[in-house]
Design a binder for this molecule. Sequence first.
Ligand code: 13P
Length: 282
Amino acid sequence: MLGSTKEILLEAQQNNYAVAAFNVFNMETAQAAVLAAENRQMPVILALGERYLDTTRIEAFSAMVHTLAAAVSVPVALHLDHAYELESIRKAIRCGFTSVMYDGSKFSLEENIRHTKEVVKLAHRAAVSVEAEIGSTARGDFSDEEEGDGRLTDPQEAGIFVQETCVDFLAAAIGTVHGMYKGEPRIDLGRLEALHRTLDIPLVLHGGSGTPDSIIRESIRSGIRKINVNTEVSMTAVKQLTNFLNEHSAPHLSRVMADMQQSMATVMERFIDLFANRSGSE
Ligand code: 13P
């Protein structure tokens, strides 16, 4: 069923777990995420990055996700990830997305507040929830995300930001990176705890890929309710593709795509279980 992002995350807040938000951009990635969620009987958030709108027709994509969601028993939400343009946000709202992320992280606090407030007004009018970011997630290896400067979120600024903008969820920059870590991850869990004490809205962790399981578990204990995952799923599928092409000479594309979809669903299930505080065998 199609679920509201906000309701999914408030439920996670009440029960102390996190929900996976997978970056999807075509039929195979979306089907893999929905299949994984249904298999693990957990809600899921399908996140389309603004940068994919050049190659993905948003109206068609949204219609497809609505159809996929209607066919399963678990809640499936549809989210616009890292939008920098108001026009993309308008389009997503028109097409039936359940939430949008406005990324004003490169602006000053005042400017970010000003832009985010505008987005919140627009989205809330259509009962669409809003995620925003202060501080900025840096980019590691193998990510196709925009480079961020790695500034960590200041808890006091976060308090002002949330109060002024009325956003529904906040991305907490605590040292995770988009993509794989270049060295040892240096995650500021103390800062996350301070954010959790200051704010009563669900917190979002960007850069799920490559983050050690122990840190993921601790971050969930400290208020993280949505965890974004992109690079690790992409790397798994590309590795699977390489193996498949080594093992089969001149395969049909339909078989290649089906094989990649299955490999993505498998790695997504592992993330869903980890975020749900399950061992995987349950
Ligand atoms: P990863 O690519 O590190 O999984 O991060 C994804 C993300 O945060 C998308 O917003």
